[in-house]
Design a protein around this ligand. Structure first.
Ligand SMILES: [Zn+2]
Length: 259
């Protein structure tokens, strides 16, 4: 079994580039089949209304029930900084449903440390080693975070600097990396060849090609479990406590009263 954990599908409603215009799967399905990819995880193309775009993706998945996974609303949440930064609401919902969150940080890797520490029970997949745009410094910094935090994962999609991919595997281990192609815009066979070229043991390669994805979606719940670690949204301290903190803490003394 080989799972491509990162592929887009459907129409975008923009007209900026392929990413928000069209992600037809015709060529992709043929190429993936030839490359031996048995299953594919889908996200929408960029869209101004994801309730529309995700419904379209769901219809595509329904037509190929044995080949495709729908990412949004089914086994995971995708957030792209191009659309908006990740929020606590998203993290809390992910925790309640035990959904992994794929968050494209577009090179802004500092947020990864906050996510990892604030939501240690949520799996975050940071695609492209942190930068589709090949920001070498961001990718190098991200590899530290990938190795350091148990709940931070990455995917191989679109990563061009092979040395960094190799370093990520060496330092963080094969269990933290998912195979993804960023199809249909990138060729899934080319992207798969990168994983093969890492020269890993059969067991490590199997983790990247399928095992890690299956593990991170294994706990997904249809019903939220608000009673477990989902309740991570910090409650506002009562006003009385804030007032006393202000009295004690010179740093808070000038803080406007907003409660
Ligand atoms: Zn993508």
């Amino acid at each position: 079994m080989i799972i491509d954990s990162h592929c887009h599908a459907g129409k975008g409603d923009g007209l900026t580039g392929p990413w928000d215009t069209d992600a037809s799967l015709g060529k992709y399905m043929r190429r993936a089949g030839q490359a031996g990819i048995t299953h594919t995880v889908l996200f929408a193309a960029f869209h101004s209304d994801y309730s529309v775009a995700n419904r379209a993706v769901a219809q595509i998945v329904a037509r190929h029930p044995n080949r495709l996974y729908e990412e949004f609303g089914f086994v995971g949440i995708k957030v792209h900084r191009h659309d908006g930064r990740i929020t606590r609401e998203i993290c809390v919902a992910a925790a309640a449903y035990d959904l992994p969150v794929l968050y494209d940080v577009m090179g802004e890797v500092s947020i990864v440390t906050l996510l990892a520490q604030e939501y240690p029970h949520v799996v975050f997949i940071i695609p492209h080693l942190g930068s589709f745009g090949d920001d070498w410094a961001a990718q190098a910094a991200f590899i530290d975070q990938l190795a350091r935090f148990p709940n931070i994962y990455t995917d191989t999609s679109g990563v061009r600097r092979f040395d960094l991919l190799e370093e990520a595997v060496q330092r963080a281990g094969a269990s933290k990396i998912l195979f993804g192609s960023d199809g249909p815009w990138l060729h899934p066979g080319v992207e798969l060849a990168k994983v093969r070229l890492l020269g890993l043991s059969a067991a490590e390669e199997a983790l990247i090609l399928a095992g890690n994805f299956l593990r991170v979606v294994a706990g997904v719940r249809a019903q939220p479990a608000w009673t477990t670690h989902a309740m991570q949204l910090p409650r506002r301290p009562p006003p009385s406590l804030l007032a006393s903190r202000r009295a004690l803490d010179p740093w808070l003394a000038g803080e406007p009263t907003v409660e």
